[in-house]
Design a protein around this ligand. Structure first.
Ligand code: FE2
Ligand code: FE2
Length: 195
């Protein structure tokens, strides 16, 4: 059985406690790609009235980005851009952006976080919203990148006959990307732990 700390208030924890906890965390963090893939799979069978289920849409978006020669980081962003649909019914892009933030560039993070508003250009006018809501970001340095993501990959990925690679195609790049955080308030502690 794994060693456990014994404190009941965190303020009473000791360095030894944290050595035990840190050891467990390294193991736990290594399972992140599995948990992410398992959560993405929750979208399987979830059509929500769409022509394809949300899992297929996710895989198809990533497939389109991969076939277009995008790098691994971009393809993983495409794969996970809608992973927040299960828990973030009213703000799904924020969930994906938060999961990806430690591992991706600022421009890819911004793209994922704002894709909902940009994707709205293709349908907001049908549901009583402003399809030009994205125009508030017209002068933002990542406007074009985000508009392009929606135009080329997200927007056309509802095709029941469209190429849809299986998750196994994306698993290695997901594992590589999540092997080490680029930014995290815990990064310094993690680096010391690994040393
Ligand atoms: Fe979305
Ligand atoms: Fe999408």
């Amino acid at each position: 059985m794994a060693h456990r700390a014994t404190f009941v208030r965190m303020q009473d924890s000791t360095r030894e406690d944290w050595q035990a906890i840190s050891g467990e965390f390294v193991h736990f963090a290594g399972g992140l790609p599995e948990r992410v893939m398992a959560h993405l799979k929750l979208l399987e069978g979830d059509y929500g009235g769409f022509p394809v289920d949300r899992y297929t849409h996710s895989l198809q978006t990533a497939t389109r980005a991969l076939r277009d020669g995008r790098d691994d980081e971009y393809v993983v962003c495409a794969l996970l851009h809608d992973i927040g649909d299960t828990l973030g019914a009213f703000n799904h892009p924020d969930i994906a952006a938060a999961i990806l933030q430690p591992f991706v560039s600022e421009e890819n993070h911004w793209m994922v976080k704002h894709h909902g508003i940009f994707q709205g250009h293709y349908f907001f006018h049908h549901i009583g919203l402003d399809r030009d809501l994205r125009e508030q970001f017209r002068t933002h340095p990542h406007f074009d990148r985000t508009a392009e993501f929606c135009e080329l990959y997200d927007n056309p990925a509802f095709d029941p006959k469209g190429e849809t690679l299986p998750i196994g195609e994306f698993e290695p790049m997901l594992r590589r990307l999540m092997a080490q955080p680029r930014q995290s308030i815990y990064k310094k502690a993690l680096t010391a732990e690994a040393a």
